[in-house]
Each structure stands twice: as structure tokens, then as C-alpha cells.
Design a protein around this ligand. Structure first.
Ligand code: NAD
Length: 341
């Protein structure tokens, strides 16, 4: 839910638990002293590389050290890396305790912190270990966005664009009209609310991603491969791609396939390409190794058969089609298109 008074909202949920049964795991980049001074807190420096079993162990150790029982509550304050890991730690600690998400990045607000997907990266694969465990509540306060760097705004906005493309054309056109230069969190609030509501509708209809929820994976088959390879090949001169950037590039490839395979009108591809070139730039990372990208897509956990590449494509804005199998040749063609822009 979108809150006007975050502290009051957290306190009213925490009040349902014994005070000594409430713990907090917080992203080290954010401060919420009014709450963290009241409950035991572990602060974690967060990056995609830290989204690991070792960090989850730190959270388990913290919960054990504070003798949190199965009736306890973990409050997870941070971006998507933190809420994914905090949720996974809570879901597995003593077979599962309650947790609340307080997302502090745009991406976590509109996507990562709701819907119950939790997990870590493992074996070089993103989010390859995890479970479905919905938070008791997700408390969204767009004021956090005031301290968020521009590239993180863009990363979150990438997932908002995806929500628009798979859910409804009015949301898509509102998003295209939003002035990203200004990064005005107040003006973004109604769009955040619409994206959250769209995701909620989809997740409630299919909480375990057996069908409909796969529409939210639009852009993610190519996006995850680009993100993973950019992590593997990153160095000082070439940082890894942020998740939402990878999703934007992934959507370009998947919109291209939507046009070629399903006859989707070219307009959304042209519009997204303009947004990409204006705000995100071309993929700059060392992620253009086509063979490696296709091999990664063949290992994607969304595939139902080994080595088969499975995508969500769209027939038009708001009309997604799940379980679209694409051949390695088609994947290469879509990558050629993306890297030719
Ligand atoms: N569970 C899901 O359904 C789901 C959906 C989408 C993405 N994800 C996951 O989310 C992760 C990405 O999340 P993210 O984009 O939030 O990245 P992130 O969690 O890495 O946060 C980005 C950076 O911003 C910092 N930060 C957090 N809040 C801040 C604030 N208010 N001001 C300034 N800095 C702040 C963080 O410390 C970090 O350095 C990925 O691991 C992805 O797999 C999960």
C-alpha cells in the first residue's frame, strides 16, 4: 500500500507482534532512525554481487542471535536486492516467519517488493534459488526516491514501462508522457499506484506463476541474459547493467520478435526505442556476446524444457502472450536488431 505516514504504518504492523520478536534488516544506504532505533537492526551493504547465500546466512544469524521465534516479524527496508534476500531469509528461517517490505528504490516499489518472489543469485545464475512467500504487507513511500540516483530511477522506470506494455495502453501512454528529466516523485505517485495495482491484479490471479503471471516476464528472457553476462564480464570500465536497463534492452529484443512473429504493430517498438536512445543509451556493457547470451537464455529458469527458449511476447499493448517458444536463430536475429540500434 502507498503510505503517507511510513513510520506510523510500520509501527501499527509491528504492534501486532511482541516487541522483542521484531527485527529489521536494512539496506546500509538508507536511514530510518525512528524505526531502526526501536528494534534490533542489521544493516547490510547491498549490491547484486551480495545477493548470495552468505548474506542470507548473516540475516539468519541475526535472527537467531535475537531469539526471534516462529511468531516473529522481519521488516526489510531497502531496494530489490535487500527485499528479495530479506524475504528469502524470513521465508526459510524456522520454516517461515512473517515479513514486511519497505521498498526504497523505484524498482522495488513497483515490482520487487510485492508478489512474493524471494531469492538469491546462485551458480552464476540470477535468482536461481528462492521461493514464493508473500510479505504480510508492502509499505510504499515515494519520498525515498528523493535520494535515489538517476540511473536507479531509470532502472525502476524500465519495469514500469514493462507493466504498461503488458497491462493497458492508457498506462503505457501516461508513462510515455511522464517527464523523466525532472524525476519528480510527487508526479510519479499516481503512475506508481497504477503499476502496483496492475501487478497486484495479475499476482492475485496467479500467485505461483503457473500461467497469467508469466506476462510480467516480458523483456526478461533477453533481459536476464544481458544482465547476467554483464555481471560476469564487469570490470572497472564496464559496470554491470542495472536490472531495469537490462529489461528495457530485453523488451526491445522481445518487441522485435513480437512484431516479426505475432504481427504486433511497430508503434510500441518505435516508442520504446526512442525512450531507450534518449534516456538509457545503447547497451554499453560487455554484453554483446551473442553465443553466450543465447546459451544463457537456454538455461533460463522460466524454460519448461531443457534448452528451449521461452518468452512472453505481445500481440499489441496490453495483449501479452505467454509461453512463446523461440529458436536460437530467432534469438540471434533479435540480438542483431538490438545491437544495430
Ligand atoms: N522479487 C521480484 O519480484 C523482483 C522483481 C524485479 C526485480 N527483482 C530484483 O530486484 C533487484 C534490483 O533491485 P533494485 O533495482 O532496487 O537494486 P538494489 O537493491 O541493488 O538498489 C540499488 C542501489 O540503490 C541503493 N539504495 C536503495 N534505496 C536507496 C535510496 N532511497 N536512496 C539512495 N540509494 C538507495 C542500494 O543500496 C543500491 O546500492 C534485482 O536483484 C532483481 O532481481 C526482484
Amino acid at each position: 500500500m502507498i503510505c503517507t505516514d511510513l513510520i506510523k504504518a510500520i509501527e501499527s504492523i509491528a504492534a501486532r507482534y511482541e516487541a522483542q520478536q521484531v527485527g529489521i534488516v536494512s539496506d546500509a544506504a538508507v536511514v530510518l532512525d525512528a524505526v531502526t532505533s526501536r528494534y534490533p537492526t542489521i544493516r547490510i551493504a547491498v549490491s547484486e554481487e551480495d545477493k548470495s547465500l552468505e548474506t542470507v546466512q548473516q540475516i539468519w544469524d541475526f535472527l537467531f542471535a535475537h531469539r526471534i521465534t516462529r511468531r516473529g516479524l522481519l521488516i526489510c527496508i531497502g531496494g530489490g536486492v535487500l527485499t528479495d534476500m530479506g524475504g528469502f531469509a524470513a521465508a526459510t528461517y524456522k520454516r517461515g516467519i512473517d515479513y514486511v517490505n519497505v521498498p526504497t528504490t523505484l524498482l522495488a516499489m513497483i515490482d520487487a517488493s510485492s508478489g512474493g518472489k524471494t531469492g538469491i543469485n546462485y551458480g552464476g545464475l540470477k535468482n536461481s534459488i528462492g521461493c514464493f512467500a508473500p510479505p504480510v504487507e508492502t509499505l510504499i513511500c515515494p519520498d525515498w526516491l528523493k535520494s535515489l540516483p538517476a540511473n536507479q530511477w531509470l532502472s525502476g522506470f524500465g519495469e514500469m514501462l514493462k507493466t504498461g506494455l503488458v497491462s493497458e495502453s492508457s498506462l503505457w501512454y501516461h508513462l510515455l508522457r511522464y517527464d523523466l528529466e525532472k524525476m519528480d516523485s510527487e508526479a510519479l505517485k499516481p503512475l506508481i499506484a497504477q503499476c502496483v495495482a496492475a501487478k497486484k491484479r495479475i499476482v492475485e490471479a496467479d500467485p505461483k506463476e503457473e500461467g497469467l503471471r508469466k506476462v510480467l516476464n516480458f523483456g526478461h528472457t533477453f533481459g536476464h541474459a544481458l544482465e547476467e553476462i554483464s555481471i560476469q564480464k564487469s570490470d572497472v570500465s564496464s559496470p554491470p547493467l542495472l536490472h531495469g536497463y537490462a529489461v528495457v534492452y530485453g523488451m526491445i529484443a522481445e518487441l522485435y520478435l513480437s512484431v516479426v512473429k505475432l504481427g504486433c504493430p511497430k508503434e510500441p517498438l518505435q516508442q520504446l526505442t526512442q525512450v531507450m536512445l534518449h534516456y538509457y543509451g545503447k547497451p554499453q556493457c560487455k554484453c554483446s556476446d551473442r553465443e553466450a547470451l543465447v546459451a544463457l537464455m537456454q538455461q533460463d529458469k522460466k524454460n519448461e524444457r531443457t534448452a528451449q527458449i521461452n518468452c512472453t511476447l505481445i500481440q499489441n499493448i496490453g495483449s501479452p502472450l505467454i509461453n512463446q517458444v523461440i529458436t536460437p536463430e530467432e534469438a540471434h536475429e533479435a540480438l542483431e536488431y538490438l545491437f544495430s540500434l
